[in-house]
Ligand binder design. Structure first.
Ligand code: 5GP
Length: 189
């Protein structure tokens, strides 16, 4: 998506260890207009696919997910990273965080993921695909189908995309980073 690619080149910053910082339009300060344009693009790419619900993981997936859900007029549910004491019927999974270099738990209340529902997973980044795997695990515990996954930014030089595609999952990424070598952002055309 041209607009997103231009913004990444303008405002994205490379950190040591292959991390792209997009804090001033996606991950901290958010550009709502661009977020809506990205959501429209995701909806366009999944046109013709029946979707009952949007699923994501807190916190950074929520903003794009809620806009996609709004456009499709379906509910959005996010996996939480802390198990609330009041939650009943908990589905849990573990995710290894690439940016934090540790494993954390994600959970969802089972009443928000129903058997037979068709869900689209929306998240900010796809790196090694661990967050996506956590959501696939929660969905399979619930008997829910993941009909596709949409990411704002895919880091094409990491293993996630290939691994998920090999599982037969449809992946759509709005911008693909080819490399962050030498702290230089190279985007796929
Ligand atoms: P994965 O689970 O695919 O390995 O990593 C995806 C998650 O890690 C995303 O939800 C995102 O929050 C975080 N992440 C991975 N790589 C980056 C990155 O380069 N920059 C930022 N800001 N977040 C990242």
């Amino acid at each position: 998506m041209k607009q997103l690619k231009e913004r990444i080149l303008k405002d994205g910053k490379c950190l040591e260890g292959g991390i792209l910082k997009v804090d001033n339009f996606i991950n901290h300060q958010m550009d709502a207009k661009l977020m809506m344009e990205m959501a429209k693009e995701i909806v366009e790419r999944f046109k013709g696919t029946s979707i009952d619900k949007i699923v994501t993981i807190e916190a950074s997936g929520i903003a794009p997910a809620i806009m996609v859900a709004y456009l499709l007029d379906v509910p959005v549910v996010f996996a939480k990273k802390k198990v609330p004491s009041t939650m009943e019927g908990i589905l849990k999974s573990e995710v290894f965080s690439f940016t934090k270099n540790r494993t954390y738990e994600i959970c969802l209340c089972d009443s928000y993921l129903q058997k037979g529902e068709r869900c689209l997973f929306v998240d900010d980044f796809l790196a090694n695909g661990n967050a996506a795997l956590g959501m696939i695990d929660l969905a399979s515990q619930a008997g829910t189908e993941i009909v596709g996954m949409a990411f704002l930014i895919e880091k094409g030089f990491q293993a996630g995309s290939k691994m998920l595609r090999e599982k037969g999952i449809r992946i759509e990424s709005l911008a693909i980073i080819e490399s962050l070598d030498n702290c230089e952002i190279k985007l796929k055309d």
